[in-house]
Design a protein around this ligand. Structure first.
Ligand SMILES: *[C@@H]1O[C@H](CO)[C@@H](O)[C@H](O)[C@H]1NC(C)=O
Ligand SMILES: *[C@@H]1O[C@H](CO)[C@@H](O)[C@H](O)[C@H]1NC(C)=O
Ligand SMILES: *[C@@H]1O[C@H](CO)[C@@H](O)[C@H](O)[C@H]1NC(C)=O
Ligand SMILES: *[C@@H]1O[C@H](CO)[C@@H](O)[C@H](O)[C@H]1NC(C)=O
Ligand SMILES: *[C@@H]1O[C@H](CO)[C@@H](O)[C@H](O)[C@H]1NC(C)=O
Length: 394
């Protein structure tokens, strides 16, 4: 009955108007919803199919399905936008994983990758020769233990006139010397080439996240915005980088500003490096054979106005369960890699943060007590001498 009534043409005129109004309303709502969906997809859906032009960040653009990262404001005539230096000893099993992770990183094709070796091994060279995703170079630390098997700066068997041997361990001393040498060589070479961008320092047993280059650039932008003293950018806090399980994915767009330095993936430019070299004694004479504690000493005693900006969710993970400082019965990293990949899957939708925010947590206190192993005056001299080092390979 009702249907029949509706089919008649004798509706009251205001009924007809109401139906038109309803239709218009429905159409308008659909239009609005569609509009919101389009806006959402365009501006907020930052994931794999990232096509976002990040607003207020003219220098940073992520386009296309291959997620090329373009940093147009970095002046350089080595035509590279980021230089990454990897300190390599002899653990090819870890280096394999690092190279795999670099291959998967967005923007990696814009990078100059430098491997700095203190151990010559064809296995390592073969591994590196397979790199086809960016340009790379290799440099060799000239004072290696491998090439100084029984003379300084390698291990020595002779004693001094009192029958004593200097309190130093050539193997651990090499790490600090190598770190200082390669940084000097790279910055000296890059300054000749007028490169003024960032240099990121990694190690053979690190593993990077796909948005680490992007995040680094976001940190640079954030530092310009709210932290003029943030001269060192760090991809991870130490404890999170060594135990990815404890890292909170909700922190993916957060940074902490701190005086406490992290040794996990630090990036700096030539200006900061020159300030550090001006404080060379605070590094070279500090009685600690760890480069990171020595650099902390530089910052704490000679460059007091320096802050570190640190990502709260790590973009680099330390996978080396076995090495000079850490030993474990299980050196195999397969399990660790699986754990890391699971965590990365969990955080995926939060990667490529559109901007970074300051985390409210209080900065860590800085503890400084030298660990020793760096008393030999020859180590101080060699270290001082390295500030003028150059490498013909660069
Ligand atoms: C990635 O995108 C850039 C810029 O659009 C383009 O030049 C390059 O060929 C692309 N690479 C691949 C592998 O698609
Ligand atoms: C880099 O640019 C400077 C200044 O334009 C120029 O003098 C120098 O020759 C360039 N160096 C190289 C290696 O192209
Ligand atoms: C060090 O020793 C290795 C192995 O004997 C050799 O191949 C390499 O050329 C040496 N490196 C330097 C810098 O002298
Ligand atoms: C030097 O340190 C390494 C790593 O801690 C250790 O394995 C090695 O035995 C030490 N060498 C000497 C001569 O004490
Ligand atoms: C450091 O350089 C000075 C001057 O060139 C040289 O006399 C000295 O032997 C060098 N020391 C070391 C440990 O290389």
């Amino acid at each position: 009955m009702l249907k029949q009534t509706w089919k008649t043409t004798s509706y009251p005129s205001n009924y007809k108007k109401r139906t038109i109004c309803t239709k218009v309303n429905i159409l308008f709502s659909i239009f609005l919803i569609f509009g919101f969906i389009v806006l959402y997809l365009q501006y907020y859906h930052v994931d794999n199919s990232i096509k976002t032009i990040i607003s207020n960040v003219p220098s940073l653009k992520v386009t296309g399905s291959n997620r090329t990262v373009t940093f147009s404001n970095v002046y350089t005539n080595i035509s590279k936008e980021l230089v990454i230096v990897v300190q390599v000893h002899n653990r090819d099993m870890y280096l394999t994983h690092l190279i795999d992770s670099l291959r998967n990183a967005a923007g990696i094709e814009t990078v100059l990758l430098i491997f700095s070796h203190d151990y010559y091994d064809e296995k390592l060279n073969k591994l590196i020769a397979k790199i086809d995703f960016c340009s790379y170079k290799q440099i060799y630390y000239p004072y290696s233990v491998q090439n100084h098997t029984n003379s300084f700066p390698g291990p020595e068997t002779n004693t001094d006139k009192n029958g004593k041997r200097p309190n130093r361990n050539a193997t651990t001393a090499q790490i600090k010397h190598h770190w200082w040498w390669k940084a000097n060589v790279v910055f000296n070479a890059l300054s000749v080439q007028k490169y003024q961008g960032l240099v990121l320092l990694l190690e053979e047993d690190f593993y990077v996240l796909e948005d680490f280059i992007f995040s680094l650039k976001q940190m640079q932008i954030a530092a310009n915005k709210f932290c003029n003293n943030c001269k060192i950018l760090s991809l991870a806090d130490n404890p999170d980088a060594t135990n990815i399980g404890r890292a909170k994915i909700t922190n993916a767009n957060q940074v902490r500003i701190t005086k406490k330095f992290s040794n996990m993936g630090i990036a700096l430019n030539i200006k900061t490096w020159n300030e550090i070299v001006n404080c060379a004694d605070s590094f070279c004479k500090y009685n600690d054979d760890n480069w990171d504690f020595s650099l902390q000493n530089v910052i704490s005693t000679c460059l007091e106005d320096t802050d570190t900006m640190m990502l709260m969710f790590p973009r680099v993970v330390h996978i080396g369960a076995c090495g000079v400082h850490v030993t474990s019965k299980n050196c195999d990293s397969t399990e660790t890699i699986l754990k890391i990949k699971d965590k990365f899957k969990e955080v995926k939708s939060l990667l490529f943060p559109r901007s970074l925010e300051k985390h409210s947590r209080n900065p860590y206190p800085v503890y400084s007590r030298p660990n020793g192993g760096w008393e030999d005056v020859r180590d101080h001299q060699l270290c001082r001498n390295m500030t003028t080092s150059t490498a013909k390979e660069l």
